[in-house]
Design a protein around this ligand. Structure first.
Ligand SMILES: Nc1ncnc2c1ncn2[C@@H]1O[C@H](COP(=O)(O)OP(=O)(O)OP(=O)(O)O)[C@@H](O)[C@H]1O
Ligand SMILES: [Mg+2]
Length: 291
C-alpha cells in the first residue's frame, strides 16, 4: 500500500521512519530519528556502542514504546494497525537478535518451527520438511537438526538464528550484529550467505553491524546513528567522502586504513587473484546503488 503523499523514494521504502524518539524514563536514547530502508536493499546500520541501534531496531519491531514519530513498515503506519494487519505484518519480517535468542530447550529443527507454529497451521511433516529446507539454505547439515543450541558452535548459532528468521519466508529481515564473534572467514561466509539470500529470495535486509568488511562487501547503503539521530544515510562512497568527525574516524580511521593497506599489499602480491582477504577492495569497486 503506497504511503499517502509519498515521494518516489518513499514509495519504494519497505520501512520508513520519521522523527522517531525513544526515552527510558528521563533518558532520551533516540531523538527524532529518520531513515528509509528501500525494497531489495541491504542497509547497514552503524553507530557507537550504546548509541541506540538495538533500541531502534526493537522499537521498529514494536518491542519498545516510542515517545513520538512515525514508523511505516511494509506500507502500514504501525500506529494504526488492526489486529489482523499487525499479525499480517509480523508474518512478513524475520529477526536475528543480537543475543541469538534461540530457545535452549528446543532443538534446531524445533527452534526454526517456532514462527511456523505461531503464524501458520501446517501438518508436522510439512513443518519438518520446511525447517530442513531452511537448515540447508543457511549452510547447516540435516544432521544438525536434532541438536540443541548448547551443542552448536557460535557460527552455527548465527546460521541457526538466520534460519529461524527466514522460517516463514519474510520480505524483510532484521539482523542485529550477525557477524560479531565470528572469525573473519566465518564472517565473510555469513555475508556471502546474506547476499545470496537477497538475490535468490528478493529479501530486504536491515543489518546492524560493527563489521567494516560487511559494510564494504554486502551493504548497498549505510545509515549512521550518532548523537541520538541518523546523521548520514547513503552509499559507502558517501561515507568515505563525509567530513563528519565520527564517520570520518570510522570509515577513514586507523583501522579502516590498515584494512585497506593490507588488502592493497595482498592484491599487488597476488596479482589479481581474489580470495577472502581481498573482498574489501573488490567490493568497494562494485558498490551497488539501491534498486
Ligand atoms: N530496556 C531498557 N531500559 C532502559 N535502558 C535501556 C534499555 N535497553 C537499552 N537501554 C539503554 O539504551 C542505550 C542504547 O542501547 P542499545 O542496546 O540500543 O545500544 P547499541 O547501539 O545497540 O549498542 P551495541 O553496539 O553495544 O550493541 C544504552 O544506554 C542502554 O543502556
Ligand atoms: Mg546493540
Amino acid at each position: 500500500m503506497p504511503l499517502p503523499n509519498s515521494t518516489d523514494c518513499e514509495r519504494d521504502a519497505v520501512l520508513s521512519v520519521r522523527d522517531l524518539s525513544v526515552a527510558f524514563g528521563e533518558t532520551v536514547v533516540l531523538d527524532r530519528v529518520s531513515f528509509d530502508v528501500l525494497r531489495g536493499e541491504i542497509l547497514g546500520f552503524v553507530g557507537a556502542t550504546g548509541g541506540g541501534k538495538s533500541v531502534l531496531l526493537r522499537t521498529v519491531l514494536g518491542l519498545h514504546r516510542k515517545t513520538s514519530g512515525t514508523i511505516h513498515l511494509l506500507g502500514y503506519d504501525t500506529d494504526r494497525l488492526t489486529d489482523d494487519e499487525r499479525m499480517g505484518i509480523d508474518m512478513r519480517f524475520g529477526v536475528l537478535f543480537q543475543q541469538g535468542a534461540l530457545f535452549s530447550s528446543l532443538t534446531l529443527l524445533e527452534n526454526i518451527q517456532v514462527p511456523m507454529r505461531e503464524y501458520l497451521d501446517l501438518p508436522q511433516r510439512l513443518m519438518d520438511e520446511l525447517a530442513l529446507l531452511k537448515i540447508s539454505l543457511v549452510g547447516l547439515s540435516p544432521d544438525d537438526a536434532g541438536k540443541f543450541p548448547s551443542e552448536l558452535s557460535g557460527g552455527m548459532i548465527k546460521r541457526a538464528a538466520l534460519a529461524r528468521a527466514l522460517s516463514i519466508d519474510p520480505d524483510i529481515v532484521f539482523l542485529d550484529e550477525p557477524t560479531s564473534g565470528l572469525d573473519p572467514i566465518a564472517a565473510a561466509e555469513f555475508d556471502e550467505l546474506v547476499a545470496k539470500l537477497r538475490e535468490t529470495m528478493g529479501l530486504t535486509v536491515y543489518m546492524v553491524t560493527h563489521d567494516l568488511d560487511s559494510l564494504f562487501s554486502v551493504c548497498d547503503r549505510v545509515a549512521v546513528l550518532g548523537n541520538k539521530r541518523v546523521i548520514l544515510e547513503g552509499t559507502i562512497e558517501d561515507m568515505l567522502h563525509s567530513e563528519e568527525p565520527w564517520i570520518k574516524a570510522y570509515f577513514r580511521g586507523k583501522r579502516a586504513r590498515q584494512l585497506d593497506l593490507a588488502v592493497r599489499g595482498m592484491n599487488s602480491k597476488a596479482s589479481g587473484t581474489v580470495n577472502e582477504s581481498t573482498r574489501l577492495t573488490t567490493s568497494r569497486r562494485s558498490v551497488r546503488t539501491p534498486r
